[in-house]
Structure formats: structure tokens, C-alpha cells
Ligand binder design. Sequence first.
Ligand SMILES: C[S@@+](CC[C@H](N)C(=O)[O-])C[C@H]1O[C@@H](n2cnc3c(N)ncnc32)[C@H](O)[C@@H]1O
Length: 291
Amino acid sequence: MVAPPEAPLLSLRALREQACLILTEAGIENPQQESDWLLIAALPVKRHALTLDGDQHVPPSELERAMEMVNRRARREPLQYVLGTQEFRSLEIAVTPDVLIPRPETELLVEEALQSLLDVRNPVVADVGTGSGCVAISIAKECPRSTVAATDISRPALGVARANAISAGVCSRVRFFQADLLGAFARGAFHAIVCNPPYIPSEEIDRLQPEVSRYEPRQALNGGEDGLAYYRRLLADTPSRLRHGGHLILELGYLQAQIVKNMAASTEDWSSVLCRKDAAGIERILVARRA
Ligand SMILES: C[S@@+](CC[C@H](N)C(=O)[O-])C[C@H]1O[C@@H](n2cnc3c(N)ncnc32)[C@H](O)[C@@H]1O
């Protein structure tokens, strides 16, 4: 019997060209950069080998793994889900489709939370809607005197967050709770409550880029009809859970700052309400101090 001819081995150079072409045809904005990141993750090669060692052959099992990752990205699955991680404030945060991919703007939420805790000896903090745990874990890591209660309504998200807390070495100071917002937390429990709530108006979600609308969890995006449903609930629920002088720190969606600021200012609960801009000049973080 004659053995079937073996498929010719592909060189690293040919694979790199093919991967870049596939991502280009799929409409990915930085096809060369992204295909290189995918190949580095899929193959046992260092970055420099991609350009300097293009003649080496890629074994079939590695080729299959690389092509699977490239094809997932070509179907517009976010790069971070394909790679399984996203950097956030110098931490490697593991991400799966059960959690929102941490965004750079959210690093400001952590910064404001840390700022609000400077004068508190042993701060107790709540991170509401923790998702991957990026905010809760960063606060615990960067403020070693703190303990953090992290809540989410999604059990699978809490599993991802807990694993991230273990990897970051803070699991003894971050506790996770499956709860609807602040659930049954006691009066005056917290020095600070932080939250990056879902804030996209429901009807806009399907108009977002496919990476977001098709792959990120709806529960992490959907802010109700006008995008403001969570702000209304949080402004009503948080004052009683904060100590006097404690802070509520919220991430805001595009052009939501003035409306949310007005909502907060319409009650006697807060002694000051301020907003901080992000790098693009958009008012992104609201800081309200409990009266
Ligand atoms: C915009 S994501 C933020 C995730 C993470 N904190 C971050 O900044 O990357 C909102 C999170 O709130 C959670 N969530 C939605 N509704 C909730 C509710 N009623 N109670 C608690 N968490 C909720 C979602 O599951 C999601 O993880």
C-alpha cells in the first residue's frame, strides 16, 4: 500500500503572512500586530523569531493551534478572549467571555478609590459588579491595609474573579459575594463603594462593534432603556451602606456625567459631588462624599 503524501510543512514566515492576510480580510484594524501576538501565544517562539527565524518549520499540532486562534479572532472574537488575558494596572487579569474585558478608563476608578482611602487606617471597600475582579484586586494590591467585598450577580464571573485574586496573591483580603448590587450589606459597612456599572442604553448595544455586541456579556453592558438604571439604584442604595465621610466612586458612560451629577446633587445624601476626566477629556469618574 502506498502511504498518502504528507502535507508540506509550513514555514513560520508563510504562516505569519497567512495569519496577517486572514485578519486583514476580516477587517481587523492592526492585522500584523494582532497576528504576531496570536502566533507568539500559540507557538513556542519568541517575538524576534517571527522576523529573524522565518525559515523554521511549524509542526502540524502547533500550526493547528495557531490557526484556531487566528480564525477565532477573524470571527471578531476579542483578542483578549482569544489570548485569555488583559493587563490592568500592571496586573495580568485572566478573562473569559463570562466577564467584561477591563478597560483603561477603569484604571481611573481605582486611582480615585485609592485617593479617597489615603487617610483611612484599615479601609473596608465594596466593589459592586466586580466582573473579572480587576478593580477589587487592584485596590487590595495597591492598598495593603484594605479589605474588599466584591459582588456580582453572575456566578461564572465570580469564579473568574476569585481565580484572579488567587493569582494576584490577595485572596485573603478580597471576599466574593453573589448579590444583586449591595445585597444584604449592613448600614455603614464601607469607607468606599466603587462601581463600574453596566451603562449602555439597551438599544445601542447591537450597534456597537461586533467584538462587544456579540461577545461581551449583555449583563455587563445593559444599562436599561436610557443607560442610567444602575446609577438610580446605586444612588438610592449606597448612602446607608457608607460611613459618614465615605465615598461613592462610579465610572460613567459617555456624556452621562452631568445627568448623574444632577441626580446625586438632588438629595441631601452627599456633601460634595465631583467628576474627573479621562485621558480623552471625557468626564468619566464621579466621586460623591457621604454627608
Ligand atoms: C461593566 S461590568 C464591570 C466589570 C468590572 N468591574 C470592570 O470594571 O471591568 C458590570 C458588572 O456588573 C455585573 N452586574 C450586572 N447587574 C448586576 C447586579 N444587579 N448586581 C451585581 N452585579 C451586577 C455584571 O455581571 C458585570 O460583571
